[in-house]
Design a protein around this ligand. Structure first.
Ligand code: GLC
Length: 643
């Protein structure tokens, strides 16, 4: 006799289904409905191209190897649709490769791809996140946290345009930028990739960045932009990289989603999935890794928001989906990933994925949808470019110098100290004052930006060099640790303190640490101790990827400037430190914080209620009065912060 399921069980199942459906609806309904904008002629070309492809070729189009792991012959043999160079990936593994060498390799890949799939070009993607930062000679702009402090959308659009030109000059087509994170905990190692803590600012600047990058797509001057990392990459608990982001459906849409609405308004054609996971903190549902989240990638982004571009996975990100490996993950493709960034294990990935389709574990309709999206993106972009493969095409120094000026935030100032006179004699201290690595931060020539030296930035100007140019070498004395000089022999001391460059999780402030800069960089505190209160005013600049606790350092300074990571154009720093010699008006400090600045070593929250400075904070340098009271310094300078 078959037992009928008890009514109670049935009711429970129905309730659970209804609750699940309600949760799903709540997630989707939290977003504004958008309508697809289709171009009939483009769609006809897409359909015609799709028909020419075999299953293996379709999967080849969905595969993105790293350039160091594939040859042009293999691109042809496997009909590969796209490649990338990772941070620190260069043609021939040569960091000094010229734009012409980048261009030549790109043309080899392209020729091979067009032999395999005539009329369907290959795309080469790269992390051009503050200029074309992998290529020697490129101008490096301040990172997004600095651009957030400018609040200047026109500047951000111009930077996008200049970056697109540089990417095209090297023969590439796709920038994995902008990051649209709305960071909630500044311990995250990628805080500097974010424009700020205000969703409206992230939306406005994210839209401008995409507009600048994609503007000239059709005539070969522009590139594909990437809205990343979808979604809530900056919302993880304790800022743990690739961690879990608790958010209600409304917070997901209104806070973490704001940048994506701006990017979609700008017509962004690619989105990169986030390594992080989402937990619905209203419905108490753990949705797990974004790379396997069909509700958000397909239900929300592709259906509700009518995104008809492509979703690319992050570096081996499919391997983090439960039940998957880096070379085998039907779940991620079924959830909505269209291009799989599988840098090294791309051959087994292709074999496994073809088999999964043949066995029905991936519907062919899903593959066709993915390839349609890839073709739509490819056919929206001119495959060739008029931009010359020259170093000059990688550079925009005056634009970068302007960005540096507009991004600096003055947190403390003795009225009248700045600007220094053009005849001032200055003592410069701090090893970072002559380091383009510290001046540029992560994602600079290499992934972490740490293992580089000034020779890697022939186009760059350190602050020290800029001061020598501005004041004359005889008026500038450099003493890296401040131990060889007597400050009273000078009109002012300029001290440069810096975080060691980092990228991604390597930059996370661990839960056993805190935000006190002196704790993590005691040598900086020592330098300041040697020069502070010794007969000359001290102007301190901090190169950092995030706000830090610096009360002890600010108390030993007469001016304190948040300089973020200015990039290659140190002249922009000197523009605000020294009065113009030609009598032009001094611009003053217009940068204002896009994150709160901590008043204590444990103030991690981007929504801190009682910071030293709030979002929007900062001085102009023209104030006539200053609060001379020293900032409080806790008895225990290095507490273990509450979890
Ligand atoms: C990295 C980053 C992503 C980047 C990608 C390719 O892991 O998360 O932002 O675009 O890999 O370098």
């Amino acid at each position: 006799m078959t037992r009928k399921p008890s009514l109670l069980l049935l009711a429970g199942a129905l309730l659970a289904t209804a609750a699940g459906a309600a949760d799903t609806d709540a997630v989707v309904q939290a977003w504004p409905a958008r309508r697809p904008l289709r171009d009939a002629a483009l769609e006809a070309r897409v359909e015609a191209a799709l028909k020419t492809l075999s299953l293996r070729q379709k999967i080849g189009q969905m595969t993105q190897p790293e350039i160091g792991a594939i040859t042009p012959d293999e691109v042809r043999e496997y009909a590969i649709g796209t490649v990338l160079n990772g941070g620190g990936g260069w043609p021939g593994q040569d960091r000094a490769a010229t734009p012409a060498q980048w261009r030549a390799l790109s043309e080899q890949f392209q020729a091979a791809a067009l032999q395999a799939t005539p009329g369907i070009p290959l795309l080469w993607g790269t992390d051009a996140v503050h200029g074309h930062n992998n290529v020697r000679g490129a101008t490096l702009f301040p990172h997004n946290i600095a651009l957030g402090a400018t609040r200047d959308a026109d500047l951000v659009r111009d930077i996008g345009r200049a970056t697109a030109r540089a990417v095209r000059a090297s023969g590439l087509h796709w920038a994995f930028a902008p990051t649209l994170a709305v960071v909630q905990d500044i311990r995250w190692g990628r805080t500097y990739e974010s424009f700020g803590a205000d969703p409206a600012l992230v939306k406005r600047l994210g839209q401008a960045s995409v507009e600048g990058l994609q503007e000239g797509m059709k005539d070969g001057r522009g590139v594909l932009a990437t809205a990343k990392h979808y979604i809530a990459d900056g919302g993880t608990r304790r800022g743990i990289d690739q961690g879990v982001s608790p958010a209600t459906p409304a917070e997901l849409a209104q806070v973490h989603g704001a940048g994506y609405l701006g990017a979609l308004d700008a017509g962004v054609l690619t989105v990169m999935a986030s390594f992080s996971s989402w937990t619905d903190s209203a419905g108490h549902v753990e949705h797990g890794k974004m790379h396997g989240n069909r509700l958000l990638m397909t239900g929300v982004l592709k259906d509700r928001l009518a995104f008809d571009g492509l979703i690319v996975s992050d570096w081996d990100g499919i391997g983090q989906v439960p039940g998957c490996t880096v070379d085998d993950c039907p779940a991620a493709i079924n959830a909505g990933i269209d291009v799989v960034m599988v840098p090294l294990h791309w051959k087994p990935f292709i074999a496994n994925t073809v088999k999964a389709v043949e066995q029905g574990r991936i519907p062919i309709a899903r593959v066709d949808d993915a390839v349609r999206r890839i073709l739509r993106v490819k056919l929206s972009l001119a495959a060739t470019t008029p931009v010359p493969a020259t170093v000059e095409a990688l550079q925009a120094p005056e634009l970068a110098r302007r960005a540096v000026r507009e991004s600096l935030v003055l947190l403390k100032h003795s009225p009248g100290l700045l600007p220094l006179k053009p005849t001032a004699r200055v003592l410069v201290v701090g090893p970072a004052a002559d380091s383009l690595a510290h001046q540029s931060g992560g994602w600079s020539v290499t992934w972490q930006g740490r293992d580089t030296s000034n020779v890697d930035y022939p186009q760059g100007t350190t602050l020290l060099a800029a001061l020598r140019q501005r004041l004359g070498a005889t008026r500038v004395s450099y003493d890296a640790d401040g131990s060889q000089s007597d400050p009273k022999d000078f009109d002012a001391v300029i001290a440069v303190l810096a975080e060691t460059p980092y990228a991604e999780g390597e930059g996370d402030v661990r839960i056993t640490e805190n935000l006190r800069h002196s704790r993590r960089h005691p040598q900086d505190e020592a330098v300041l101790q040697r020069v502070s209160g010794r007969g000359a005013p001290v102007v301190t600049l901090l190169y950092s990827g995030r706000p830090l606790y610096v009360n002890d350092l600010a108390n030993r300074s007469d001016a304190f400037i948040a300089a973020w990571q200015p990039g290659t154009e140190g002249a922009g720093l000197a523009d605000l430190l020294v009065a113009p010699a030609d009598g032009k008006p001094w611009p003053g400090f217009t940068g204002r914080l896009s994150f709160p600045w901590p008043a204590g070593p444990c103030q991690f929250s981007a929504r801190e209620a009682r910071p030293w400075w709030p979002v929007g904070g900062g001085l102009s340098g023209r104030e006539t009065r200053a609060d001379a009271r020293p900032l409080p310094e806790p008895a225990d300078p290095a507490p273990i912060c509450p979890l």
